[in-house]
Design a protein around this ligand. Structure first.
Ligand SMILES: Nc1ncnc2c1ncn2[C@@H]1O[C@H](COP(=O)(O)OP(=O)(O)OP(=O)(O)O)[C@@H](O)[C@H]1O
Length: 295
């Protein structure tokens, strides 16, 4: 196991030259309401520093999980990488270029699936492909849609609407749709958070299988230590907010392909798990202590 602390500022000359994604001293402040109307209505609020000075390099073809106490800023970080939200300070470089907004090079999978309810499974995937590749011939679109429906195990459900399928199947559509646009990075915000334990386990196995086939860079937010250990090459552990930072990055040395039984036999498994549990326990306890002191 190797633990690489990346607290505070990473000097510019230590950035990895091979990184696909590089966060450099990234800070995010949500600005409070300060206009006259809010002031008069007594709704004036302070600025809130969600994330402060995070530096992180992500190498290509790496599966990275982000874990941290609830509300620490994981989604805020992912949204900035997705280009859905700006950084307040610092830079995010993707293939050495600053991120200027959302793009098809980054596919997103959401916890609540975010499917078009009036479209069938097939139409949801097709819509994404046609939007990103408007010049593709119908044959190419059809082939891509079919391949990705097969990839996630949805053959037979193509003509069903989201309300006619289970949560697990809906998330399979979400994954097929994200992968069908051929992104360089897959961003997943608690993709299995809304699923029951059994379905969650099945989908984790599916993600492991798909990752073995495609080996794309993945950044996944999760609250589950076991999920992070099963799927990740690296686990980024964030501190509590406000002004959340990266506390430690764990390298996960388990050989692939992985399954739950074999990783538990690995000599590093229990120490990694204990390290993560103690981090989450410490940070969550501090959040609770701060909340109690405030009230
Ligand atoms: N648009 C916003 N305006 C003001 N504050 C925000 C905004 N979005 C998020 N925040 C605050 O920033 C902090 C980080 O939120 P974020 O959703 O990124 O955390 P998270 O780690 O993803 O949470 P969870 O684990 O509960 O999903 C929280 O305190 C949240 O209230």
């Amino acid at each position: 196991m190797s633990v690489v602390p990346v607290n505070s500022v990473t000097p510019a000359d230590t950035y990895s030259p091979t990184a696909q994604l590089s966060l450099r001293n990234v800070t995010k402040v949500f600005h409070g309401k300060k206009d006259l109307f809010s002031q008069l209505a007594g709704k004036r609020t302070k600025d809130f520093v969600a994330i402060e000075d995070i530096s992180l390099d992500i190498e290509p073809n790496t599966f990275v999980s982000i874990i941290g106490p609830s509300g620490c800023g994981k989604s805020t970080l992912l949204n900035m990488i997705a280009g859905l939200s700006d950084t307040t300070a610092g830079q995010i470089l993707f293939n050495d270029q600053p991120i200027a907004g959302p793009g098809p090079d980054r596919g997103m999978v959401f916890q609540n699936y975010a499917l078009m309810p009036w479209m069938t499974v097939e139409e949801n995937v097709r819509f994404a492909v046609e939007t990103v590749y408007p010049k593709w011939a119908a044959k190419q679109v059809n082939r891509t849609v079919k391949e990705h429906i097969q990839l996630v195990g949805l053959v037979g459900a193509e003509k069903k609407h989201p309300h006619e399928i289970s949560g697990g199947m809906r998330q399979r559509v979400g994954i097929a749709r994200a992968l069908a646009i051929s992104p360089q990075i897959l961003l997943m915000d608690e993709p299995f958070g809304a699923l029951d334990a059994l379905t969650r386990g099945f989908l984790q196995d599916e993600i492991e299988r798909i990752w073995e086939q495609q080996r794309k860079t993945v950044i996944m937010i999760t609250h589950s230590i076991d999920e992070a250990l099963l799927l990740s090459d690296r686990i980024v552990m964030m501190t509590r907010g406000p002004a959340a930072r990266v506390d430690e990055i764990l390298d996960v040395p388990f050989p692939r392909p992985r399954n739950r039984e074999t990783i538990e036999q690995h000599p590093a498994y229990h120490s990694l798990k204990a390290e993560m549990e103690s981090h989450l326990f410490r940070e969550t306890r501090a959040v609770e202590a701060a909340r109690i002191n405030k009230s």
